[in-house]
Design a binder for this molecule. Structure first.
Ligand code: ATP
Length: 867
């Protein structure tokens, strides 16, 4: 057992090199021998099985039954049955293609979100995909990391690991590097790291002992089962709506069936009409369309740097009204550069021209950092927090490498940085004495120093902060005896202040515009930062986040406020400075209580409660810890605030598109039902005057071509230009708010109406001509109607041509329509007549008249200020 072995024994057993790690050859050899560090996913369903599953819903079964009944009762009419079977198969194939597309985009996303691991290879710490870790690798982990594979700890500093995923124990476990004697259960092997667990504090290096399926987590079968993909609330709602409408349609079908029997139609014809009507009218495609639109949109968003981890987030994005953003890296570039140095008692110096006496201060900063800069080939590669690598770089520029400094001052202990303390310490040997170096936010360091000219240092800190610089202070403490079991309370006190550095971190250029766009869209941006209030205020002003009449507040003041006070005053604050992660949760809760939908960014280990509490938790893809990513519903792969605003825009667009899809599908379905129902009703009133205007195959055709194609195209439509000019959608607002239900109804009546008019005109000449004209008008008006639905603006605007799919569906629909009418063999099957030009023109005119009606209504809406 590795946990019983000493470090040397483990090293030998796994042929590991602690200093240099493995080389490429060793890695290749081991990958060949042990495979990759991943668990193969369960077997996918076969194509045949997925094809068969397409036939499981009740409607398809009704259709197939009706085909069988038709052929049994009237074998000569086999063509009808053949067409039904054809339609069913085409539907199944389309279903599989759509499912495949959706699945592919979700799989691709999963890959993008897959974790990285830090290992030592060729003597350098490098970040690689976790799947490439091999046994014998030297793994480097720190707070926030998800552990890539099982490993035996070689060196641990204040290490705590959350092993709840594996052992169920919710309190993080302290870890050491000491061998254990005897046998221990998993939860007590405190010198081992286990894959899939999170480091919550400290850091460690460890030798990888197992990978992939051999990891402890690989042995737990239940964890391997993929979490079930959940429906989004919208999908559930539409499912319910679809079902309710379905039941209504079936009732109507039964009534139509009865009426047709009464009006003298044969049992078989009446039955076939009723079944076809059911198929054409029931909006069984609603939920599927939404799923496909969501999946494809999520793929689109991933290309624009937002990886959605949970589908419901896409819907929530559209109603987001508050975005709480970290400063460093999100609003700013996180490209830190030390620009100013201040030695105690001296003046602030620019780094380029600082005196040699300041070098020691810079070197202390470097010693007290975990960042590294290595020369790999021609390239300088920085690994670690930009704040830290900036310090290492500052020393490097003066000719001091961190490696040499560390050799001169070997580190023997440390107190890791965390956002609560806002400082960190290292303990090094200094030529026979023991030196503690502590760096952190100036105010927290000042509090723990002795013999300090507080007024002076505060003034210097203020001065640098006003220039929007991030300021770090440094203090030291000497010990004659080697300190053991160091703690913050005992050791980070009674220190001697040495100086400060100021670093510039320029704001991201595009952020100012994004903040302004958000504001126009009714979305307020709030800055939450661990940085000093003066620095935060300077940057917030520059970005347009802090406006006249709004305030900045410190974490300390926030702590003094009760939840009720915070709730009362929350709207006044746009900037929160020197906050600790738990403040973020309070801010989110207060805003949520105000009824707002809140997006919150986070990167650190302690940010996950806030990310979970927010409606949209956004984790940083580059600097974010694995813990934060695990808790978030969205990952920003570029760590950029602008991406959140783009995603809100995208989220609004997607919701719009889904609404348009539902509007189109339902109004078309209502149109179809009304055509048949209306004609049956009329034939009851005026017996013999009206036969059914459409045959079952016509309805099936409409279902396949003029319903599905435009619906898919509408779902793929571009986001309308003005989505960010309206306020966010109210989260309690129903799907059919703003009169959508009424719109669907009158548009359905319109489509049914023009179809019946066409039938009525044609029927004056003959029944087949009436039927042909009704069929052409129904198809034509639906194809045209998709353009009405495309935008709530007049269709005659410049975005008319921006949805190529819609034009494609129109072209395909017209082409197929013309083919079945002009090719005699096909028109025989569809029982269509050849029409004269005048009759064609009537059909075209009636189809286009829907545009005129919709344009008039849009104009009225515009004039009355409605949408
Ligand atoms: P944001 O929350 O906007 O990302 P931040 O990066 O400043 O801001 P933290 O990382 O929590 O937030 O840092 C809080 C403060 O701690 C910083 O303002 C700085 O004063 C100090 N600090 C940051 N990084 C280090 C570090 N590596 N070592 C010591 N002190 C640090």
């Amino acid at each position: 057992m590795f946990y019983n072995q000493t470090i040397d024994e483990v090293k030998k057993a796994l042929d590991a090199d602690l200093k240099n790690g493995l080389n490429d050859e060793q890695v290749a050899l081991r990958q060949k021998q042990y495979g990759m560090n991943q668990i193969e996913e369960g077997k996918k369903k076969s194509l045949l099985l997925r094809f068969l599953l397409q036939f499981k819903d009740a409607l398809t079964i009704i259709l197939i039954l009706s085909a069988i009944i038709s052929i049994v009762v009237d074998p000569q009419e086999w063509i009808d049955s053949a067409i039904i079977v054809f339609v069913v198969i085409v539907n199944a194939v389309l279903g599989i293609v759509q499912e495949n597309n959706a699945q592919k985009s979700l799989d691709a996303l999963k890959k993008m979100a897959s974790p990285q691991a830090k290992v030592i290879r060729h003597g350098n710490t490098v970040s690689i995909p976790a799947s490439q870790v091999v046994p014998g690798d030297v793994l480097v982990v720190e707070a926030g990391d998800c552990i890539a594979s099982d490993a035996r700890i070689i060196e641990a500093f204040n290490l705590k690991v959350d092993e709840s995923a594996l052992t169920g124990e919710s309190v993080p476990v302290d870890k050491t590097n000491q061998p254990l004697t005897g046998e221990y259960p998993l939860a007590e092997r405190n010198n081992m790291l286990y894959a899939s667990c999170y480091v919550t504090y400290g850091r460690a290096t460890a030798i990888v002992t197992a990978i992939g399926i051999d990891n402890e987590v690989g042995k737990i079968a239940s964890l391997l089962q993929e979490a079930k993909e959940q429906n989004t609330p919208l999908q559930d709602k539409l499912d319910q709506i679809g079902k309710a409408i379905g039941v209504m349609c079936i009732v109507i079908c039964i009534i139509v069936f009865g009426m047709e029997l009464l009006s003298g139609m044969s049992f078989l014809d009446a039955f076939k009409t009723a079944v076809a009507l059911a198929v054409a009218a029931i909006p069984e495609g609603l939920a599927t369309v939404v799923t496909v639109v969501l999946a494809l949109s999520v793929q689109k968003m991933a290309k624009k740097n937002a990886i959605i981890r949970s589908l419901p987030a896409v819907e929530t994005l559209g109603s987001t009204s508050i975005v709480c953003s970290d400063k460093t890296g999100t609003l700013t570039q996180n490209k830190m550069t030390v620009v100013k140095v201040y030695r105690d008692g001296k003046n602030i110096e620019p780094i380029e021209t600082c005196s040699e006496n300041s070098y020691q201060l810079l070197n202390y900063f470097t010693l007290c950092s975990d960042g590294t800069i290595s020369q790999i080939g021609e390239k300088e590669v920085a690994v670690g927090d930009p704040t830290e690598t900036a310090l290492v770089k500052a020393s490097l520029n003066k000719g001091f490498t961190k490696k040499n400094l560390m050799a001169q001052y070997p580190r023997f202990d440390e107190l890791a940085f965390d956002s609560d303390r806002k400082m960190m310490s290292v303990f090094v040997e200094d030529h026979g004495r023991y030196l503690q170096i502590t760096k952190g936010g100036p105010d927290v360091i000042f509090d723990r120093c002795v013999n300090l000219n507080l007024d002076k240092v505060n003034e210097i800190n203020e001065k640098m902060s006003q220039e929007a610089l991030r300021v770090l202070a440094l203090a030291i403490r000497y010990y004659d005896e080697k300190p053991e079991n160091v703690t913050s309370a005992e050791n980070e006190t009674d220190m001697t202040f040495l100086g400060m550095v100021g670093m510039i971190d320029p704001p991201r250029e595009e952020v100012k515009e994004a903040v302004a766009e958000a504001k126009k869209a009714g979305v307020r941006t709030i800055m939450i930062t661990g940085d000093h209030i003066v620095t935060a205020r300077a940057i917030a002003k520059a970005l347009g986040i802090l406006e006249d009449g709004q305030k900045a507040i410190m974490g300390d003041e926030l702590s003094q406020m009760s939840d009720e006070q915070l709730f009362e005053h929350i709207e006044e604050y746009s900037v929160y400075a020197r906050v600790a992660p738990e403040h973020k949760v309070r801010i989110v809760k207060a805003w949520k209580e105000k009824g707002k939908v809140v997006a919150m960014t986070g990167d650190g280990v302690n940010d996950s409660p806030a990310l979970k509490a927010a409606d949209i938790g956004c984790a940083m893809g580059i600097t974010g810890s694995d813990v934060a990513k695990g808790a978030a519903s969205m990952i920003l792969t570029d760590d950029n605030f602008t991406t959140i605003i783009h995603s809100i825009r995208e989220g609004r667009g997607i919701y719009d598109n889904i609404q348009k899809d539902v509007q189109f599908l339902l109004s078309s379905n209502i149109g179809e039902v009304l055509t048949i129902f209306g004609a049956s009703l009329l034939s009851l009133i005026l017996p013999g005057s009206f036969a059914s205007p459409l045959l079952p195959i016509h309805l099936l055709w409409v279902n396949l071509i003029t319903d599905s194609l435009p619906a898919f195209a509408l779902g793929m439509g571009k986001t309308e230009a003005d989505v960010m000019e309206r306020p966010p959608r109210d989260k309690n607002e129903g799907f059919f708010a703003h009169g959508l239900a009424l719109t669907i109804l009158w548009q359905g009546i319109m489509i049914g109406g023009v179809t019946l008019i066409a039938f009525f005109i044609g029927n004056q000449i003959s029944y087949p001509v009436g039927m042909t004209m009704a069929f052409i008008t129904l198809c034509g008006s639906q194809l045209v109607h998709s353009f009405n639905v495309k935008s709530h603006h007049s269709i005659l605007n410049k975005s008319l041509f921006d949805n190529v799919y819609l034009w494609g569906s129109l072209a395909a629909g017209l082409f197929l329509q013309i083919i079945i009418i002009t090719i005699p063999e096909l028109s025989d099957i569809f029982k269509l007549e050849r029409l004269y030009l005048a009759q064609w023109l009537i059909c075209v005119g009636l189809s286009l008249s829907t545009v005129i009606v919709c344009e008039i209504v849009k104009l009225i809406y515009k004039k009355t200020g409605n949408r």
